[in-house]
Design a protein around this ligand. Structure first.
Ligand SMILES: NC(=O)c1ccc[n+]([C@@H]2O[C@H](COP(=O)([O-])OP(=O)(O)OC[C@H]3O[C@@H](n4cnc5c(N)ncnc54)[C@H](O)[C@@H]3O)[C@@H](O)[C@H]2O)c1
Length: 254
């Protein structure tokens, strides 16, 4: 699929994996909407990248907010053809804490952002995509972001792992359903990447995590995630699958 001249939407595009994806897609000639809660970093990135990047203040869990971002992206270039879902949150909390069981609202919040938010983006953007003038192969691509925690979640990751397994689980049925519109759906399950999500950890903990990766023995670089997004978008045969991007890393129980 051609990226040049295409409208694209990146949720969570103001930071980390999303920001690297925005840079990559703009570099490849797309016109990109950065849909993120964080206006400060989102606007700064759009200003840095120039006329092919646009920030739209967005909460992926809100119907109206996401609809506005999708409408902006649909008006760019030859219409919305690429959607990359990077908005997400992580918490660490045990089912049985020292003083109380897992807070139910915090569990629900992670599901709301990571599963409901991604589904909101898929349904609204695929609705916009189905009205595009098809290109040569009538093709569009939606990329979801899960995590290796979907498969080998650690103690304390009940909410996060459940949410990311939800993303993996919706990949195939939605790819099957949207196939008739030429919309592909693929999921990337990253290992541990060096983004602001990990910034709370001390440098020694980050280095130790990196050393646990068989090869390369380091944290992933956001540009490596963005490079896989581009490969997925460009390779028409990739559809309905989850790709681990983790250097053969498998998380230990704790
Ligand atoms: N960094 C890692 O090691 C890693 C590993 C596996 C999976 N992931 C997943 O990759 C995705 C990106 O993570 P990251 O490391 O770049 O994190 P990050 O915190 O750097 O970026 C996440 C972005 O999402 C935005 N966001 C959060 N809630 C939102 C909402 N409701 N609406 C709109 N935007 C919202 C934040 O403002 C932020 O800009 C997440 O889904 C995360 O779970 C990250």
């Amino acid at each position: 699929m051609q990226i040049t001249g295409t409208g694209a939407l990146v949720t969570g595009g103001a930071s980390g994996l999303g920001a690297a994806t925005v840079r990559r897609l703009v570099g490849a000639g797309a016109q990109v909407v950065i849909a993120d809660l964080n206006a400060q970093t989102g606007e700064a990135l759009a200003a840095e990248l120039g006329e092919n990047a646009h920030f739209v203040s967005t909460d992926v869990t809100s119907e109206d907010s996401l609809r506005a971002a999708v409408q902006t992206a649909a008006g760019l270039g030859n219409g919305l053809r690429i959607v990359v879902n990077c908005a997400g949150i992580a918490i660490a909390e045990k089912v049985l804490g020292k003083d109380a069981p897992h807070d139910l609202n915090r569990f629900a919040k992670v599901l709301q952002v990571n599963v409901v938010g991604i589904f909101n983006a898929i349904r609204l953007s695929s609705d916009a995509m189905q009205h595009n003038e098809p290109d040569a192969e009538g093709e569009r691509a939606i990329v979801l972001t899960a995590s290796v925690a979907a498969f080998d979640g650690q103690i304390g990751q009940a909410a996060y792992s459940a949410s990311k397994a939800g993303v993996v689980g919706m990949t195939l049925p939605i790819a099957r359903e949207l196939a008739r519109y030429g919309i592909r759906v693929m999921t990337i399950a990253p290992g541990i990447f060096d983004t602001p999500m990990l910034a709370g950890l001390p440098e020694s903990a980050r280095a130790s995590l990196g050393q646990q990766v068989p090869f390369p023995p380091r944290l992933g670089r956001p540009e490596e995630y963005a490079a896989l997004v581009q490969s997925i978008v460009e390779n028409t045969m990739l559809n309905g699958e989850t790709i681990r991007l983790d250097g053969a890393f498998r998380m230990a129980p704790r």
